[in-house]
Design a protein around this ligand. Structure first.
Ligand code: CO
Length: 173
């Protein structure tokens, strides 16, 4: 399992609902958590490892493993407030930009035991839920950035597009 980078087409697909929590789903979710910690991220969505399903992992305090969450079929049911903050994404190495997000929300999801959760989140965690659930709908940080940020990251995006093209060409030979 490895993290795929923009502009890999899997990042643009609408992810499928998880119909059943199989042993494979559990194993993959655990592998995603390890990959997230290894990459020093606070969140990772299944499409970012080439797995197009509605599942993401988050931990806003990676030094405290007790706070990690696996979110299956997550939905945001309520939002309020608005704040612009700088954001990055493990699928966009060396890209950061300002993005406006709700400051408070309620997120409903299932965990690996099939138990239903309803979490009221604020600040960073609220932002993380929005970011990861965007991934499950094929939405990426570049779609949400302020015009100034989008302009600032343009040449870096071109680099990533070239790298992706080169990798694809190599895999064809
Ligand atoms: Co991301």
């Amino acid at each position: 399992m490895e993290i795929v980078h923009y502009p890999d087409p899997v990042l643009r697909k609408k992810a499928a609902v998880v119909a059943e929590i199989t042993d494979e789903v559990v194993a993959r979710a655990r592998e995603m958590l390890e990959l997230m910690y290894e990459a020093q991220g606070v969140g990772l969505a299944a499409p970012q490892v080439g797995w197009s399903v509605q599942l993401c992992v988050v931990n806003q305090t990676p030094e405290k493993r007790a706070n990690e969450r696996v979110c299956i079929n997550p939905v945001i049911v309520d939002t309020s407030g608005e704040e612009v903050c700088e954001e990055g994404c493990l699928s966009f190495p060396e890209v950061r930009g300002n993005i406006s997000r709700a400051t408070r929300l309620t997120c409903r999801f299932y965990d690996l035991d099939g138990e239903r959760h309803e979490v009221v989140a604020e600040g960073l965690l609220a932002r993380m839920f929005q970011h990861e659930i965007d991934h499950l709908n094929g939405r990426l940080i570049v779609d949400r950035m302020t015009p100034a940020s989008r302009l600032a990251v343009r040449s870096r995006l071109k680099d990533l597009e070239r790298e992706h093209g080169a990798r694809r060409d190599r895999s064809l030979v």
